[in-house]
Design a protein around this ligand. Structure first.
Ligand code: NAD
Length: 332
């Protein structure tokens, strides 16, 4: 299968490297507007066509699928052209700049019987796969909350705020792990430097008292990637920066019973074992791209398809709307 890749900035080289490592894939061409990016690509992949013209990638009859690894404001136009020219599309998060754009791309892909995969890389990590298994097996019991801190210094984006940059990770993970559809979002944040929010706090309400909180920040002196997921029976901590034991499951919790006669609350704290399950190793992006190729070959829809990208964009739009009014509740 021949791939073309558009965008060879920060993330594009990872996509090209992982595509090139797949046996059934050949990277036929790489396009980037930037001369320095093209020079890096030519040096790293002397056998690959490197061009400044994305239209070459979008229209070449040699190319079966296009990976779009450019800023979000370019996604819709590039993906639309790729689909119109009969190419399958692997597209970076966030899928599009608006839900309307996402809906149009999904409809076009359906009409042309082409696959869209949105790069929600975290869904292919050993940690998220294990958390999915743990939740599906009811190890935590009834879900109470998802609480994520995703902060670091930079990388400042010119075109989007910190929510559109970092929250797609948590929104896509929540979309994958929490089976119910979110009901409403509250978002607050502040702009300090370049006119875009560089720090934001979001609360997402789900049915059945499940609540999520996400803290994203480009102005943190240290990098933190820690997620707590609490359930009725057990709780887990996922520290993505740990080299080993990224995931720890705690047999801890609280049981409360009330003795009506005594008007008393009987609070019982459980504190049992902690264990760190073994996680699958390997680069998430590689297994994601391998899965994309399988989906194209077999004609099946990936689970991180256009509609899953669209659900994330809807959450981003709702968060943006709430942000404008300093945290009003926005229903999804
Ligand atoms: N999945 C992940 O974990 C992950 C990580 C980082 C970035 N991303 C996503 O990848 C995308 C790109 O991010 P980045 O950090 O690599 O950005 P970047 O600015 O570093 O690189 C984008 C590149 O695209 C090129 N480009 C832009 N428009 C083009 C066009 N029309 N034709 C050809 N080239 C064009 C630019 O010259 C630049 O080199 C974003 O959507 C971002 O959210 C995803």
């Amino acid at each position: 299968m021949n791939f073309g890749v558009i965008g060879y900035g920060y993330w594009g080289p990872n996509v090209v490297r992982n595509l090139s490592s797949l046996e059934s894939v050949k990277v036929h061409a790489i396009a980037d507007l930037n001369v320095a990016a093209r020079e890096r690509a030519t040096k790293a992949y002397p056998g690959v066509i490197v061009t400044g013209d994305a239209n070459y990638v979008l229209s070449s009859v040699q190319i079966d699928a296009v990976a779009i690894v450019t800023p979000v404001w370019t996604h819709y136009e590039l993906a639309k052209a790729a689909l119109e020219n009969g190419k399958h599309v692997f597209i970076e998060k966030p899928f599009a700049s608006s839900a309307a754009q996402g809906e149009e791309l999904i409809e076009l892909a359906q009409k042309k019987n082409l696959r869209i995969m949105v790069d929600h890389t975290f869904l292919f990590t050993g940690a998220v796969r294990k958390i999915k298994q743990v939740l599906d097996e009811q190890t935590l019991g009834r879900l109470y909350y998802y609480d994520s801190t995703r902060v670091n210094l930079g990388l400042f984006q010119h075109d989007i705020n910190v929510i559109w940059d970092l929250a797609p990770h948590d929104f896509s993970i929540m979309d994958y792990l929490i089976k119910s559809t979110p009901e409403a979002i509250v978002a607050t944040g502040q702009r300090h430097l370049n006119g875009h929010e560089d720090i934001a706090f979001m609360t997402v309400y789900f049915p059945e008292k499940v609540i999520a909180h996400i803290n994203v920040n480009w102005l943190s002196p240290v990098k933190v990637r820690t997620t707590l997921i609490g359930g009725e029976k057990r709780m887990l901590v996922w520290n993505d920066l740990e080299a080993d034991e990224k995931l720890k499951i705690y047999d801890r919790g609280v049981d409360i019973t009330s003795d009506e006669n005594l008007y008393n609350l009987l609070v019982h704290y459980r504190s049992g074992d902690m264990w760190a399950p073994k996680l699958e190793q390997g680069e998430a992006l590689r297994s994601e791209l391998g899965y994309f190729v399988d989906c194209i070959e077999s004609g099946k829809e990936p689970f991180n398809d256009g509609p899953s990208g669209l659900r994330v964009v809807r959450m981003l739009e709702a968060a943006s709307k709430s942000l404008q009014t300093r945290g009003s509740l926005v229903y999804l």
